[in-house]
Every structure is written in C-alpha cells, then in structure tokens.
Design a protein around this ligand. Structure first.
Ligand code: PMV
Length: 326
C-alpha cells in the first residue's frame, strides 16, 4: 500500500486583489491531507472518507454505488476519482483501486483542503501504478485536474503550494515563483464557518461594477501592499509585515468580505500582542492568520479562543508532498 500526504495553505497577502492584479503571497502550513492507495480486484475505484462518513464505488463506467452516506455524496468523492483516472491515463495503467482519505485540514475554509487531497492522491496513485515517484511537476499537473472539478478554473496556487511546500508568490501573467523564508511564526484562527470562494469573488466583482474607481483604488493599494509584504518577508522584517497585514485586512473589510466573527478574532489577536492579523483566503467565514512571536503565542491563542474561534496548531512548513510504501 502507498501512503502520501500533502500540506494545506494560507494566503498571507493578496487574496481578492490577485484576481485583478498584483501578487498573492502564499504559504504551506503543517496541516496535512493523507491518502492511502492500493490495488483492488475488480473494475473501478472504491473510495472511503471516514472523516465525513462517506464511502462508495465508482464502476468502470463512472456510475456511483454508495456504501455509506447516500447516493448524492458522490460529489465529495468525485475529485479523488478524477485525479486517480488522470494518473491512470497518463501512466497508461488501468487497475481497480481502493483509496482512503483522511485530512487534518478543515474543508471549505480557504486552507487548501481540496488541493492537498488532490496532490496526495496524485502522488499515491502515481507511485502505486508506476512503482516509482512521479516528478513534482507531474503530481502538480495531475492534481490540477481534481481542482478543476471543485473550483472551475482556479489559479493553481493551491495545488502548487501543496506539492512543493514553502512559500510562493503568484501573479497573473507572471506565474509562480518559489522563495525561501527563514522564520514565520503564525497562528491560524478557525471560525468553523464554511464558505464558497466563487460566491465571494462574485461579491467583490459586483462591488467593482458599481464603484469602479473606488474599488480599483483599493485593489491598487492591495497590490502595492502585497509587493511591500513580499519584500518585508524576504528581508525578515516581521514588524513591518504585521503592519501590512493589518492594513490589508482593513482593505478586505472595505471590499465586504470580512465578518463579525473574523473581526472579533482579529482584534482579539492584535490586543493580545500579535504583530498583525487579517483574514486569510476568500473571507465570508473560514480563517484568520496572525503573526505572533514566540513569547506571545499562548496569550494570542487564548484570545482567539475567547473571541469564539479555534486556534489551530499549524505553522509554516517547507515540506510539500511526501510518499512512502507502508
Ligand atoms: O479559496 P480561498 O479561500 O483560498 O481564496 C482564494 C483567493 C481568492 O483571491 C479570493 C480567489 C482567487 O481565485 O484567487
């Protein structure tokens, strides 16, 4: 049997503005999705997701036969099937498969859960079928097929960061640049509220259509801010980075994507000593990210909890996808 795992992500700066212009700065975080894959007699793909109480069999014609969770739950397993089929197609190896998925990453909260599952699936199935590790580039491309099922035509940020780990700068038209980060002490606060990235991107678009000059000016400021944040991060200037995160959150609020729950966690984290705090991802729920130096970590985590959130023990990680035979 093959086990693969891949990390989730948090956007440090540039969510929403990156849809228009300017960079997004993205970090891998050490919450991981795990996939176990093995061959199985028979046609098709059996998938189990015990975390969400779903399992079922996609037969060779793609029809879904539920085992646990009802027939409408095929949708939550389908991206895994699509990634496994893409791996089989590329490797020209068609087998019956059994795949089990478990994830530490809260789904639909902007932490890259679906991409981490797709990346781990691509790596596990690729290794199982070929007997050797696929290149990271291949894993990343195969995983993107799963992301397209979940998100339409996503930027590819999530599958990139989950494949390679570390830190990434992404800008439309310029693509991806991986860069080195020495130290980045983070705390993530989880509101527990799921949300749809597409709906929030559409909400910002509607605001832009009604107030183009104003929203364009906000987006310009956010793009400048991400650029400055990128420099501060590379130069190790955490104080400056924290200030930029605070300003960015103000602008994200102006775009209408924060919520009272997120704001409560953010103000609590700042009052407890965070160098900066902002929402991360599309907003409307999901998570906040706070930059917190070691001596203040306990206090900030407790403040997030008192503000109604769940502090996650998830730091920045350099470790991307990993594969092993078990
Ligand atoms: O899906 P999330 O929560 O990581 O948000 C993605 C970032 C956005 O800028 C809001 C959308 C996008 O496609 O870049």
């Amino acid at each position: 049997m093959i086990h693969a795992s891949a990390p989730g992500k948090a956007i440090l700066l540039g969510e929403h503005s990156v849809v228009y212009r300017g960079p997004a700065i993205v970090l891998a975080i050490d919450l991981r999705a795990h996939i176990w894959a093995e061959e199985r007699e028979g046609d098709g793909i059996w998938i189990e997701a015990p975390d969400i109480g779903v399992s079922g069999h996609f037969d060779a014609r793609g029809r879904y036969h539920p085992i646990r969770g009802g027939s409408e739950r095929w949708r939550s397993l389908n991206p895994i099937r699509v990634v496994a089929l893409e791996a089989m197609r590329r490797l020209e190896a068609h087998r019956g498969l059994r795949i089990r998925v478990e994830s530490e990453i809260p789904p639909a909260e902007g932490l890259g859960s679906s991409a981490a599952i797709a990346v781990a699936t691509a790596a596990a199935v690729g290794r199982l079928l070929s007997g050797e590790e696929l290149s990271l580039g291949e894993v990343c491309e195969i995983a993107y097929e799963g992301e397209r099922i979940v998100h339409g035509t996503p930027s590819g940020i999530d599958n990139h960061i989950s494949t390679y780990g570390g830190a990434l700068r992404y800008e439309r038209g310029r693509g991806f640049e991986r860069f080195k980060v020495e130290e980045l002490p983070l705390i993530i606060g989880d509101s527990g509220r799921r949300r749809s990235t597409g709906a929030l991107v559409a909400k910002v678009r509607r605001l832009w259509e009604r107030h183009r000059e104003v929203v364009d000016a906000i987006i310009d400021a956010m793009a400048t801010l991400s650029e400055e944040g990128y420099k501060a991060l590379r130069g190790g200037d955490l104080k400056r980075l924290g200030e930029l995160m605070d300003i960015d959150h103000g602008l994200l609020s102006a775009l209408g994507v924060s919520t009272p729950e997120l704001d409560r966690m953010i103000y609590a984290a700042r009052s407890a000593g965070a160098l900066g705090a902002k929402l991360t991802g599309a907003g409307g729920g999901g998570c906040i990210i706070a930059l917190v130096e070691q001596p203040d970590r306990g206090r900030v985590a407790e403040a997030i909890r008192r503000a109604g959130g769940r502090p996650l023990r998830a730091g920045f990680t350099d470790i991307g996808v990993e594969v092993e035979e078990v």
